[in-house]
Unconditional design. Structure first.
Length: 272
């Protein structure tokens, strides 16, 4: 099924457009700027909406939709399409990749999502395919990276690194958005190189909590940190070291001193 444009519809009631979970949250600054711009010159670029059996769902234009709602408008100009789930995902990611002013984190998320969706639509392009399929995968990935690099004025290598980084931080994007200092491309590259999942999460957590200014600094912190010790085990080890170093006279005096407590503990253990 190809994407079908519903040409009979050019405007939709704002209240009828559902906003599903997005790959990127709404920016208050962006909405405020749009409210000002729309108030000054009017609404220019239509939102993209998918028509489904369950109703109309927004694919692109969350900031514009929110701005129009805050301006008290009842309807919004829209492009309406019918398409499959995977096609809808491609439309959303492509619209953001080409037109949005994305942070390195957002760009990594969208690029990784774009590649995943494409590979789901074309299983023969997934890693591990053999022969002609493998060559097709390589050509397709390079073409995708090249197209996006050209559209965004960056290098193909940077796009490829962002794709890898987006895969590496999948599932932890919300935490990284909370970081006091915006996550950089260099941070994402460092995270992507960490093969050990618990250590990777440790770096992400350190960035999100503000304990490290960069992923590289977080890696250094984790290398120097000792794993937490069990308190009871640590106390036992300290007692044994003291016992080993003590002379026999001190050991006898110690046993006389703690005998009542030892008997009480042994009695408790026997009763249980």
């Amino acid at each position: 099924m190809a994407v079908e444009f519903v040409s009979s519809v050019s405007e939709l009631p704002i209240a009828d457009i559902a906003v599903a979970q997005r790959l990127r949250p709404i920016s208050e600054d962006a909405v405020a700027s749009l409210v000002q711009a729309i108030g000054d010159v009017g609404f220019i670029t239509r939102v993209l909406v998918r028509r489904t059996k369950g109703g109309d769902v927004l694919l692109d234009g969350a900031h514009r939709l929110e701005a129009m709602a805050r301006l008290g408008r009842d309807a919004i100009p829209a492009i309406v399409v019918r398409c499959r789930d995977d096609e809808a995902a491609l439309l959303e990611t492509d619209a953001n990749l080409v037109g949005a002013d994305l942070t390195p984190l957002d760009l990594a998320v969208f690029l990784a999502a774009r590649r995943r969706v494409y590979q789901e639509m074309h299983p023969e392009t997934k890693q591990g395919a053999a022969g002609a399929a493998a060559r097709w995968m390589q050509t397709t990935s390079m073409s995708l990276a090249s197209t996006i690099a050209e559209a965004r004025g960056t290098s193909v290598r940077t796009v490829e690194r962002l794709m890898a980084a987006g895969d590496a931080v999948s599932g932890y994007v919300h935490q990284l958005r909370q970081a006091p200092k915006p996550v950089t491309l260099k941070d994402l590259q460092v995270i992507a190189k960490i093969g050990d999942a618990p250590r990777r999460y440790g770096v992400i957590e350190a960035l999100a909590a503000g304990r490290a200014k960069s992923a590289a600094e977080a890696v250094v912190q984790l290398k120097g940190a000792r794993p937490p010790r069990d308190a009871a085990q640590a106390s036992l080890e300290a007692l044994l070291k003291t016992w080993d170093r003590a002379p026999m006279a001190a050991k006898r005096s110690f046993l006389d001193e703690v005998e009542p407590e030892v008997r009480r503990i042994l009695g408790y253990m026997g009763a249980s």
